[in-house]
Design a protein around this ligand. Structure first.
Ligand code: SAM
Ligand code: SF4
Ligand code: F3S
Length: 472
């Protein structure tokens, strides 16, 4: 690759400076993939833009987990037709020559070929396992190749990558395992992300050390669809990895997501007790408070096992805050089964939950079940779950008042008309606080904040100390 007069030469093609607009749906894995894509494209002279109208390349990174995510993507893809039509016309396609539209991610993994065939404005589609080949695909598109889909799986034995960061933040997402082998009966992810494959522990440690030493990273979020399965193939474990990462000087906080309760091992519980860097937060999706529903979901644990795990975690680290995911209205869920979920909310005392109405996903076991309940019942149950949880978390949040939390500040914004800074505590709660003077810039600073008021959804505090951008 050579650069001449701000043009980058890749193979036989000249790449002048161009703009890429990306839209990401879904989970942190997808957001992280987007960052990888942008990092690869910067080497081909693309800079990211937030203005779709000025983009030369439009990429959707899609999510298939619920129907709503699919619908959003189809509607946004529909809008790109106008974008292409509004520019210089290519007589061959009827669209502007240089605006390329692509779709990646989980919908593209399973439906890539169909999408390309169905949507005239879509130039190419690519799956979740070929993200690092984006440069090659963009090259193909700019050399005139039209209408292709790349949805192959990476067949190599090991999962080996280097983390790419583009944002200049002190937080990095680091993939440690990809795929999911669990096949919960409602979930599309094993079909869109393939089989579980872990990175080797020493590779992850080197990767994180490099990020801390050379890129100013202080907080790391370890990522995977099921991080608790990490290292199984290599006789390594998440608990071991955490204790190794703990030793890296300059790394301040460690988080991981997402966990499956089945694979929470004693060494992971021990890591929560012994690690000083592991955040005081655990996101442990439970999905339902009914054992019969958990069985139909193929979740492989009981409510009793789940509550015992929470107890172990809270004993290991009394500061720990637990959050969860719940699905309302799984096929044939009875009123009694739904009530069991409401009871679980009382028993578990989650700090927050993500809750969803069940959405049938094509190809999953749950989508084939004859379902006696309808969307109205699902909607009502979801509202009941959310209302109950709000009451519980309002109570929990009141307990924060008067306590001091260390916060990593993310951004400035307006909170009810007042300029405030916002950041996250170790336990992953968002805290808003007013600056000491309007000129103070706290972006990516560590600050100590005393909580002055809290509702179920928002926590306000008073800044006590500004520790600056780097702490040990
Ligand atoms: N790996 C995580 C686990 O084991 O719980 C979850 C990953 S999934 C991408 C995120 C959440 O989406 C799930 O925890 C579940 O609550 C929800 N979800 C997945 N499939 C769903 C479906 N078909 N309908 C509604 N919610 C769904
Ligand atoms: Fe989906 Fe279950 Fe895998 Fe989580 S563990 S990604 S819910 S199949
Ligand atoms: Fe969605 Fe795929 Fe993540 S289905 S939630 S983007 S793994």
């Amino acid at each position: 690759m050579t650069t001449e007069n701000s043009t980058v030469k890749v193979g036989d093609l000249e790449f002048p400076p161009r703009k890429v607009w990306m839209k990401t749906y879904g989970c942190q894995m997808n957001y992280h993939d987007t960052e990888r894509i942008l990092s690869h494209l910067s080497g081909m002279n693309f800079t990211a833009t937030s203005e779709k109208a000025e983009a030369d390349l439009v990429i959707f990174n899609t999510c298939a987990v619920r129907d709503l995510a699919n619908q959003k993507f189809y509607s946004h893809l529909g809008e790109t037709k106008k974008l292409k039509e509004s520019k210089e016309i290519d007589p061959e396609t009827g669209f502007k020559k240089n605006v390329i539209v692509a779709a990646g991610g989980c919908i593209a993994q399973t439906e890539g070929k169909e999408l390309v065939a169905k949507y005239k404005q879509l130039d190419f589609a690519f799956g979740t396992d070929v993200v690092d080949n984006i440069g090659e695909m963009v090259y193909r598109a700019y050399s005139g190749e039209k209408k292709f889909a790349v949805t192959s799986w990476d067949r190599s034995e090991n999962y080996s990558i280097e983390t790419k960061i583009t944002q200049g933040t002190p937080t990095a997402f680091v993939n440690i395992i990809k795929g999911c082998d669990k096949f919960c009966s409602y979930c599309i992810v094993p079909f869109t992300r393939g089989r579980e494959k872990s990175r080797r522990l020493d590779e992850v440690v080197k990767d994180v050390s490099r990020l801390v030493e050379h890129s100013g990273i202080q907080e790391v979020m370890l990522l995977g669809q099921n991080v608790n399965s990490y290292g199984k193939d290599n006789e390594e474990s998440l608990g071991q990895l955490i204790m190794e990462l703990e030793k890296i000087p300059g790394l301040v906080r460690l988080r991981y997501t997402t966990s499956h309760p089945y694979d929470v091992t004693d060494d992971l519980v021990a890591a929560h007790a012994h690690s000083k860097k592991l955040a005081n937060h655990l996101h442990l999706p439970v999905q339902s408070g009914s054992n019969t529903v958990l069985q139909r979901m193929l979740r492989e644990y009981t409510v009793e096992h789940y509550l015992t795990l929470l107890q172990k975690m809270r004993t290991a680290n009394p500061e720990i805050i637990i959050s969860s995911d719940i699905i309302a209205g799984f096929p044939n869920e009875t009123e009694e089964e739904h009530q069991a979920t409401l009871k679980l909310l009382d028993d578990a005392q989650f700090d927050f939950i993500y809750s969803y109405a069940f959405s049938p996903r094509k190809g999953t076991k749950a989508a084939k079940m004859n379902d006696a309940i309808n969307d109205e019942i699902r909607g009502r149950r979801l509202r009941e779950i959310q209302a109950k949880q709000l009451k519980i978390q309002e109570n929990i949040r009141q307990g924060m008042i008067g306590k001091t939390f260390r916060v990593l500040v993310e951004e400035k914004g307006l909170n009810k008309g007042v300029a405030k800074w916002t950041g996250r505590t170790s336990c992953y709660r968002l805290v808003h606080f007013e600056p000491e003077t309007p000129e103070n810039d706290y972006q990516w600073h560590w600050v100590d904040v005393e909580i002055t008021s809290a509702t179920a959804l928002s926590t306000q505090g008073k800044i006590l100390r500004d520790l600056g951008k780097k702490i040990q």
